[in-house]
Design a protein around this ligand. Structure first.
Ligand code: PMP
Length: 382
């Protein structure tokens, strides 16, 4: 079968796995142990990984903090500002309605505590407007949080312009780069931001590890405090024993991404062309959700006329892993909040699926069976 849900989680690269296996077997120990060599070795592994992450993003190693994943990174980036908010009386946050729930729910949590929240909707093309976001900035704006690439549509957001302007105005900017890290490498290296989150498993690293980048401005880190307590690991930003092998896997995935992103991009682009050809040659009526020209090369969100996405997922279950909506919300079917925010009608959303792949995806199976699968799905009463 073919796996077409890379945006939910990409399969681990065998070279990453090898690195991790060797750490699990050889570099045992706690990276914070100072009394023996086991600790020193584990610490070296973590610091090598930190360098690999830093190289991919062109940041200082002192700006890289390991977390359990993008969800935790997003939580720390936002909730970690509470103390600063209180001391500065800045209680206004701007974000977008297409963020991952790890941002949206965290911001809403602060909203319930009395913060003022502005949630900016995208246009029908799936992009948020830089002007609209900047117009909302006020003297008491604590934070602006905008994702780089949307996980459901693959649409690239104008974070470059937003970041450049916010830097001039001295407003804190957080970017959820979970879907772009390791893919839009040069864009991220140039990007102006204060905080950035990602999860290793979206760039073929292991699940359960992620990074929060806190960029120093005038030698100072953003005013973020820990949201959990119990240790001094990661400079107290993320207490708890550092999972050494997971950091090694994360670092290796970043190193591979840096070396291979150009090749990967060519491959994912050509797979997209093949997928479009399959769609065009099948004679079905379909529409792409969001502006195809602003879409990342490894994903697409399409509406197939007359085919309910639920039916299509059932008919294709043995052939390919597809999804509608985000993986985290897909156990309970409700129309995608991202597509709803773009103003798409419910009928169109119900017929929409997201397809996402990696450079090594072989779509021949899809090519051979596509028409039949569509017919089966069409015949299902939904
Ligand atoms: N942000 C975005 C944009 C994502 O796509 C995801 C994963 N679906 C996350 C955050 C959360 O990542 P994780 O579940 O690994 O913490």
């Amino acid at each position: 079968s073919i796996y077409l849900d890379y945006n939910a989680s990409a399969p681990i690269d065998s070279r990453v796995l090898e690195t991790m296996m060797s750490v699990y077997t050889e570099d045992i120990g706690n990276a914070d142990s100072r009394t023996h060599e086991y600790g020193d070795n584990a610490r070296n592994v973590v610091e090598t990984a930190r360098k690999q992450v830093a190289s991919l993003l062109k940041v200082d190693t002192g700006e890289v903090f390991f977390t359990s994943g993008a969800t935790e990174s997003n939580n720390i980036a936002i909730r970690g500002l509470e103390e600063y908010a209180d001391t500065t009386s800045k209680h206004h946050i701007i974000t977008t309605s297409i963020e991952h729930k790890a941002v949206l729910e965290t911001v809403k949590h602060l909203g319930n505590k009395g913060y003022e929240i502005d949630i900016v909707a995208p246009d029908e093309a799936g992009r948020v407007s830089t002007d609209e976001i900047l117009r909302k900035v006020r003297d008491d704006t604590l934070l602006v949080s905008v994702m780089h690439v949307n996980n459901e549509t693959g649409i690239i957001q104008p974070v470059e312009e937003i970041g450049a302007e916010l830097e001039k105005r001295g407003v804190l900017f957080h970017v959820d780069a979970t879907q772009s890290c390791g893919k839009l490498v040069e864009e991220l290296q140039k990007l102006k931001y204060n905080m950035l989150s990602f999860s290793a498993h979206k760039l073929r690293g292991p699940q359960g590890i992620g990074v929060l980048v806190l960029k120093k401005k005038a030698y100072k880190l953003p005013p973020v405090k820990a949201i959990t307590f119990g240790g001094q690991q990661e400079h107290g930003i993320r207490p708890g024993t550092i999972p050494v092998a997971l950091t090694a896997g994360c670092g290796k995935a970043c190193e591979l991404a840096l070396n291979e992103y150009k090749d990967n991009e060519k491959k994912t682009e050509s797979i997209k062309k093949e997928i479009m050809k399959i769609l065009d040659e099948s004679g079905i009526q379909y529409q792409i959700n969001g502006d195809a020209n602003s879409c990342i090369s490894s994903a697409i969100n399409i509406c197939i006329d007359g085919v309910a996405s639920e039916a299509l997922m059932l008919s294709t279950k043995q052939y390919c892993g597809l999804s509608n909506g985000s993986a985290c919300t897909s156990h309970s079917y409700s129309p995608s909040y991202v597509l709803s925010a773009m103003g798409l009608p419910v009928e169109r959303i119900e017929n929409s699926i997201r397809v996402s792949w990696g450079p090594e995806t072989d779509i021949n199976l899809l090519k051979e069976n596509f028409s039949e699968l569509i017919n089966v799905a069409k015949s299902m009463v939904w």
